[in-house]
Design a protein around this ligand. Sequence first.
Ligand code: SAH
Length: 242
Amino acid sequence: MTATTSPASSGNVDQAELDKFSALASRWWDPESEFKPLHAINPLRLNWIQQHTGPLAGKRVVDVGCGGGILSESMARAGATVTGIDLAEKSLKIAKLHGLESGVKVDYRTVSAEQLAAEQAGQFDVVTCMEMLEHVPDPASIIQACSQLARPGGWVFFSTLNRNPKSFLFAIIGAEYLLRLLPRGTHSYEHFIKPSELATSARRAGLQVADLGGMEYNPITDTYKLSRDTSVNYLVATQREA
Ligand code: SAH
C-alpha cells in the first residue's frame, strides 16, 4: 500500500497511470499533440451520445476521468450542466484554465468516481467515462460507481479498447510504434477490455446495454469514423434500470 494524500483516493488508482497523464497535461488542448486522437474522435462521440440521450441541453452530466476536459467542455457547450472529475490534478488545472479562456463552464473536481457516487448517488441524467477504464486497476468498480451516479433511467456511456490480436496490432504496435500517434507505453494490452466483459460488469451494476459501436481509424486519410467494427476502439451505451 502506498500512502496517499489525495482527498479522493478510493484505492482504485494506478499512480503511474496518473503520472503519465500529468506529465503531458500542458498539451491537452493542443490538437496536434499526444491528445490529437481524442480531439479527432470528440465530435463523433458527442454525436453518438446525443443520438441516445437526445439534446444534452439542460441535462446534468458527470464526465468521469475527464482529463483536460475535451469531452466535458463540448457537452457544456451543448447546454449541459457538467461536472468533470479526474484524479490527475495537473490535468484538472489545465481543464480549469482552458475553461476560463473559452468561457465554457464546467465544475471540475479532484474526486474518485467511487467517492462522488457516495456523495451524489442518482443525481446525474448522463454519465460519461471515455478512454479511462483501461487505465484503472479495477474497472468493474468504476462501472459500478458510474451506475450509482446515474438516476434511474439515466444514460451511462463507456469507451475503451477491445482485447484481441488485432487490437494489440492496431492500438499498440500501430498507434504507439509505427504511426506514433501516442507515446509508447500509453496503453497496456492486459488492461484492454472485451465488450462482453464490459457488458457483464455493466449488467451486474444494474445497467442495461442499449448499444455497442465501433470507432475506426483510417491511417491513409488520418480520420476516424463510427462503425459497427468494435474490434479495436469501441463505445458502449447503457441505461440505468428504472
Ligand atoms: N475521458 C477523457 C480523457 C481520457 S485519458 C477523454 O476521453 O477525452 C484517461 C484519463 O483517465 C486521464 O485524464 C487520467 O488522469 C484519468 N484517470 C486514470 N485513472 C483514473 C482514476 N483512477 N480515477 C480518475 N481518473 C483517472
